[in-house]
Design a protein. Structure first.
Length: 289
């Protein structure tokens, strides 16, 4: 493999045409310039300069090397610059969060990408455990969780509070205990957990979501409220998921006497330096939370 330092010295010598001035440009001694050229000739096994006292001309091998070296040195220079660059609106940003906050943030991040087409948003909806492992394994740049990570490699910062809401069909006038028992529960992956938090704080009769007749289940965050809108049951969901639902007139939400919220954490890997584009996305996210 050609030593690029020697190659750069050789090309500079060809362009300047003088050993002393080449040494001055490269902040070297004249003997250092000569040594680089000799080492390059030894490495290639070919004479590159035809020396005539203090003057020189290029040999055939020297001409061929110089012509080929221009593209090589230019590519190395561009590579160095590109690696060192950290543009705030270019490149991929990988994000993972529970579905509720994802429904809130994803449209705004797509609008950011539309304004800056060189930015690529990769957004995945996942439970807290998957978000946590994704951050720890460097598969994710930014994660949002509704519980603080216990892993030493994951830093979590509280950034928002998200209310839990009781959601019934629009025709329900009073969501008392009897009305909820009559409706039955539409479950989802966090349904039992959310019901325990909100209903446990507001209904003395509540012990577990299994007390209610089970009227359905969906693991698609955008579809959980479909059966509620059709009068088939009730559920408990985070506020962002409810706000994103498109049929607001067909559902009714309740902020109960004892409100309950989940803390939303912004999570990143402890040892990883955040690139400028990741900082851009974080700043955009904070505008909407």
């Amino acid at each position: 493999m050609i030593n690029t330092l020697w190659l750069r010295t050789f090309c500079t010598l060809v362009e300047v045409g003088h050993f002393t001035r080449t040494a001055e440009r490269l902040h070297m001694t004249q003997s250092g310039v000569s040594q680089h050229v000799r080492k390059l000739e030894d490495q290639l096994g070919a004479e590159l300069l035809v020396r005539q006292g203090k003057h020189f001309s290029l040999s055939g091998a020297g001409e061929r090397l110089y012509n080929e070296a221009q593209d090589i040195l230019r590519a190395l220079s561009n590579l160095s610059r590109q690696v060192g660059e950290d543009p705030p609106y270019e490149g991929e940003v990988r994000i993972m969060s529970p579905g509720s906050v994802g429904l809130k943030l994803y449209p705004h991040l797509l609008a950011l990408q539309r304004a800056h087409p060189m930015l690529a948003i990769d957004y995945r909806f996942a439970p807290n455990s998957d978000v946590e492992s994704g951050i720890a394994d460097s598969r994710v740049d930014i994660g949002f969780m509704t519980s603080k990570s216990a892993l030493a490699d994951v830093i979590c910062k509280p950034v928002a509070q998200e209310s839990l809401l009781l959601v019934t069909p629009a025709v329900v006038e009073d969501p008392d205990w009897g009305a909820l028992m009559k409706l039955g529960f539409i479950d989802h992956p966090d349904g039992s957990h959310h019901a325990n938090l909100l209903l446990g704080a507001n209904y003395p009769e509540f012990q577990h979501s299994n007390l209610f007749p089970k009227k359905g289940f969906s693991n698609q965050i955008g579809l959980i409220l479909e059966p509620i809108s059709m009068g088939l049951g009730f559920t408990v969901l985070p506020q962002y998921a409810v706000e994103a639902y498109g049929k607001q007139k067909q559902i009714k939400t309740y902020r109960l006497e004892n409100p309950v919220s989940e803390t939303l954490y912004l999570c990143v890997q402890r040892e990883r330096r955040l690139q400028a584009r990741v900082e851009t996305v974080i700043a955009e996210v904070m505008r909407w939370l």
